[in-house]
Design a protein around this ligand. Structure first.
Ligand SMILES: NC(=O)c1ccc[n+]([C@@H]2O[C@H](COP(=O)([O-])OP(=O)(O)OC[C@H]3O[C@@H](n4cnc5c(N)ncnc54)[C@H](OP(=O)(O)O)[C@@H]3O)[C@@H](O)[C@H]2O)c1
Length: 229
């Protein structure tokens, strides 16, 4: 039996590796990317255009998401991976301005919410519907850093949204959890990070597969350890 996944931010980084691993398992991916011109590497994974469908939408744009949703019949798994970092510095970082802050909060908090809402009708047709939000350990309240104010806040925020979604969706048989992918070598994570995208994607998919209604509504590390948030 094969499953159909939605993966957002699938054209590079962790999203690209997740897409590759899911296809290797024999499952199908609907890869959501915001920019057609950046899908070359994704398209090079396979020429099987039945198992890999690429749809273009920005996760902050409800209309674009509704438009691509109308092209999708059925979904078993949604992985909300698309994310952005924004300002990485302290309160005087020049990128801590209202445009950048809005972008980080809209992408990392509202993006998963809009994505899940757009594909909920198709997910409800699945026999084992599940949702993963790729969050970050940087969003935990117990931290001692003085940097990346709004990235941290966005990941704290999306973990909170995840709990509300669990409260609304659990009784419909849909499980949802947030995951920290580890520190991963991507454009966001940088070259010094611990894991390759393949290592992180492997671990995330293994943990996501074990998600059930009982384990729903929580935040997990890439190794399955439950994290406080
Ligand atoms: N790397 C790490 O160490 C690390 C650690 C903890 C958590 N995370 C989380 O893991 C996820 C993936 O991160 P990554 O390291 O793979 O980052 P990345 O290499 O920077 O890739 C980010 C992906 O998200 C897409 N994206 C950004 N904004 C979008 C929007 N508004 N609509 C649609 N797609 C959008 C990007 O598309 P474009 O190519 O068009 O920009 C890209 O595909 C993120 O949620 C991140 O916060 C990463």
């Amino acid at each position: 039996m094969s499953y159909t996944y939605i993966v957002t931010g699938a054209n590079r980084g962790i999203g690209l590796a997740l897409t590759q691993k899911i296809l290797e398992k024999g499952d199908n991916v609907i890869a959501v990317c915001r920019n057609e011109s950046k899908t070359k590497q994704l398209r090079s994974i396979t020429d099987d255009d039945i198992r890999l469908t690429i749809l273009i939408a920005d996760v902050t744009n409800e209309k674009q998401l509704d438009n691509i949703s109308s092209q999708v019949k059925y979904v078993d798994r949604i992985i909300c991976n698309a994310g952005t970092m924004g300002a990485t510095g302290n309160m005087h970082d020049s990128n801590n301005n209202s445009d950048q802050i809005s972008n980080v909060l809209m992408t990392n908090i509202a993006g998963p919410f809009f994505t899940i809402r757009a594909f909920l009708p198709q997910l409800q047709k699945s026999g084992s519907p599940k949702i993963a939000i790729i969050s970050s350990f940087m969003g935990t309240q117990k931290h001692t850093s003085n940097s990346a104010y709004f990235y941290r806040a966005s990941k704290a925020g999306v973990n909170n949204v995840m709990v509300t979604l669990d409260n609304e969706l659990n009784h419909k048989g849909i499980s949802i959890a947030s995951y920290h992918p580890g520190w991963v070598r991507t454009e966001m994570g940088g070259n010094a990070a611990t894991f390759s995208t393949n290592e992180s994607a492997d671990k995330l998919l293994k943990q996501f597969e074990t998600l059930n209604l009982e384990k729903s509504g929580r935040f997990y590390n890439y190794n399955g350890e439950e994290l406080e948030f």
